[in-house]
Design a protein around this ligand. Structure first.
Ligand code: NAP
Length: 436
C-alpha cells in the first residue's frame, strides 16, 4: 500500500488526487489536506460568486473525496501543525497544491495607504475568505481604480459595478452584498500599463461588461492599433479585442449611472492621499519594440478612494521547501521539487490558466509518481494513521468530508432567498456547526 498526501483541496489538489486514485486503485491511500474545514480552495474563495456554473465542477471533486481510498483531512495547516519534512516521513509522496493566494505588490509609494487592497484580499472579502472578513474596503467615495488587465481585474470591476439584484443566484457573502449595496462608487477605472492588444481578458468575461444593468463600459477608440493588426491575433484573443472595439464604437450608454473606464497605456507611479488613498498618479506609457510598457514622462491624476491591485498572485512559502522568488512559486522541475516532493497547479506553474488547466497538470504529476513508485509496491509508511496520531499529540483535530457536508447543509439552510448558500466565513463558525 502506498500513502500519498495532497496538500490543498482546490482544483489542482482534487485533480491530482483523482489521478492518483485512478493510477493506484486500491493499492494506495490519498489524503487531501487543507488548512480549512471547508474544501475546494479557489472554487470557494476565488471564483466569482456570480459565476456559479464554474463552481459546479466541485460536484466532480465530491465524487473524488467520497471514493474508496481518498480522505479529506481539513483544519490542518502544513508548516504550522505539521511540517513538510514530517509529511515526507509519513507519506511516500507529498504533492503541494496550495495555489497562489497572496497578492503580488506593485512596489510603488502609497501602496500601504488605507483604501489600497490586493485582489486576493478584495476577492476573498466578497467570497467569504476568513482572512479577509474584516477588510471593509472603502466604498464611500465615487471613484475606484482596479489596476491590471486580467480576468481577476474584470471580476473585481464587475462586482463593484453590479446592482444588488444582479447578485441573485450568486453565493456572494452577506457582509459584502450589504456593503456593495450601499456603495457610492459610480466610476471604476481599469488601468492597463499596456494597450488593448495586450490585455489578458477572455471574451466571455469581457462581454459581460456590456450587459450590466447600471454600468456601461467606456473605451477610447484612439487606443487601438489599426484594425488590420487584429488578424494576427490568436482567435480567442481577437474576439476579446473585437468586444473592446464594439464598446468603443457604441460609446457609453448614457442611461446607466455607473461608468467602467478603460484607461490603457497607464502605469501607476504613486498612490496619494491624506492618510488614505485619494488618487493615483499615473504615467502615460507607450510600447517599445519588445512590447514592454515604457513611460513617456506625461503624468496625470486618477481619483480613487479605493484601489484594487490585480496584477497577479504568488504561492506562500513553506519552511524547508525550495522557492522560486522570481516566479512566486515552488522551485520545481516539471512538478518535482525534491525527492518524493511535488508541486501542481499554480504552486507549480505560477498563477495562470483556467480551472481546467489543472487537470492535465495533476495527471502528469500523478504519472510521474506512478513511474517512480509503481502501483503494487509498498513504502511501509504511516500515512493517515500516523498523521492523525501526530496531530492528536499536538491537540489538532482534523475534519473529514462528512464534517464538510454538515457545514454545507448548515450553509444551505441559512441561504437568503435565491442564493445557493450563505457561506459561513469564520473558522469558529465552521467548527460551531460541528459542535466544537
Ligand atoms: P493575469 O491574467 O496574469 O493578469 C495580470 C495583469 O496584471 C496583466 O494585465 C498584467 O499586465 C498586469 N500587471 C502585472 N504587473 C503589473 C504592474 N506592475 N503594473 C501594472 N499592471 C501589471 O492574472 P489574473 O487576472 O490574476 O488571472 C490569473 C489567472 O486566472 C489567469 O490565467 C486568468 O485567466 C485566470 N482567471 C480566469 C477567470 C475566468 O475564466 N472566468 C477568472 C479569473 C481568473 P502585463 O500584461 O503588462 O504584464
Amino acid at each position: 500500500m502506498r500513502q500519498f498526501a495532497v496538500v490543498g483541496s482546490g482544483p489542482a489538489g482534487f485533480y491530482t488526487a483523482e489521478a492518483l486514485a485512478k493510477a493506484f486503485g486500491d493499492k494506495a491511500r490519498v489524503d487531501i489536506i487543507d488548512r480549512y474545514p471547508v474544501p475546494y480552495g479557489l472554487i470557494r474563495f476565488g471564483v466569482a460568486p456570480d459565476h456559479q456554473s464554474l463552481k459546479a465542477v466541485s460536484k466532480r471533486y465530491d465524487q473524488v473525496a467520497e471514493s474508496e481510498g481518498v480522505s479529506f483531512v481539513g483544519n490542518v495547516t502544513v508548516g504550522r501543525d505539521v511540517s513538510a519534512k514530517e509529511l515526507l516521513d509519513l507519506y511516500d509522496a507529498v504533492v503541494l497544491a496550495i495555489g497562489a493566494p497572496h497578492d503580488r505588490k506593485l512596489g510603488i509609494p502609497g501602496e500601504d495607504l488605507p483604501g489600497v487592497v490586493g485582489s486576493a484580499e478584495f476577492v476573498g472579502w466578497y467570497n467569504g475568505h476568513p482572512d479577509f472578513a474584516d477588510l471593509a474596503p472603502p466604498l464611500g467615495g465615487t471613484h475606484a481604480v482596479v489596476v491590471g488587465n486580467g480576468n481577476v481585474a474584470l471580476d473585481c470591476v464587475r462586482v463593484l459595478s453590479k446592482n444588488r439584484h444582479e447578485f441573485e443566484g450568486s453565493d456572494i457573502v452577506g457582509h459584502a452584498l450589504e456593503a456593495l449595496d450601499g456603495s457610492d462608487v459610480r466610476t471604476v477605472t481599469i488601468l492597463g500599463r499596456r494597450g488593448p492588444h495586450q490585455i489578458s481578458m477572455t471574451p466571455k468575461e469581457l462581454g459581460e461588461l456590456g450587459h450590466l444593468e447600471a454600468a456601461t463600459p467606456v473605451v477610447d477608440a484612439a487606443d487601438f492599433p489599426p484594425i488590420e493588426e487584429d488578424s494576427a491575433l490568436e482567435p480567442g484573443h481577437r474576439k476579446s479585442i473585437t468586444i473592446l472595439r464594439e464598446f468603443a464604437s457604441a460609446g457609453p450608454d448614457s442611461s446607466k449611472p455607473k461608468r467602467i473606464l478603460f484607461d490603457f497605456f497607464a502605469k501607476p507611479l504613486r498612490i496619494e492621499g491624506d492618510g488614505k488613498a485619494e488618487r493615483l498618479l499615473v504615467e502615460r506609457t507607450m510600447l517599445d519594440e519588445r512590447g514592454a510598457a515604457i513611460g513617456t514622462g506625461e503624468t496625470y491624476d486618477v481619483p480613487a478612494s479605493l484601489v484594487v491591485t490585480s496584477i497577479g498572485y504568488q504561492t506562500p512559502r513553506i519552511d524547508g521547501v525550495p522557492y522560486d522568488d522570481r516566479g512566486g512559486k515552488f522551485a520545481n522541475d516539471h512538478g518535482l521539487i525534491a525527492d518524493r516532493l511535488y508541486a501542481v497547479g499554480w504552486a507549480r506553474r505560477g498563477p495562470t490558466g483556467t480551472i481546467g488547466t489543472n487537470r492535465p497538470d495533476g495527471y502528469e504529476v500523478a504519472e510521474r509518481i506512478a513511474s517512480a513508485m509503481p502501483p503494487g509496491t509498498d513504502g511501509g509508511r504511516g500515512g493517515g494513521e500516523g498523521l492523525t496520531a501526530l496531530l492528536a499529540k499536538r491537540g489538532v483535530r482534523p475534519t473529514n468530508f462528512d464534517d464538510w457536508h454538515r457545514i454545507e447543509a448548515a450553509e444551505v439552510a441559512a441561504a437568503r432567498p435565491g442564493s445557493p448558500r450563505e457561506k459561513f466565513v469564520r473558522q469558529e463558525d465552521w467548527l460551531k456547526v460541528l459542535g466544537r
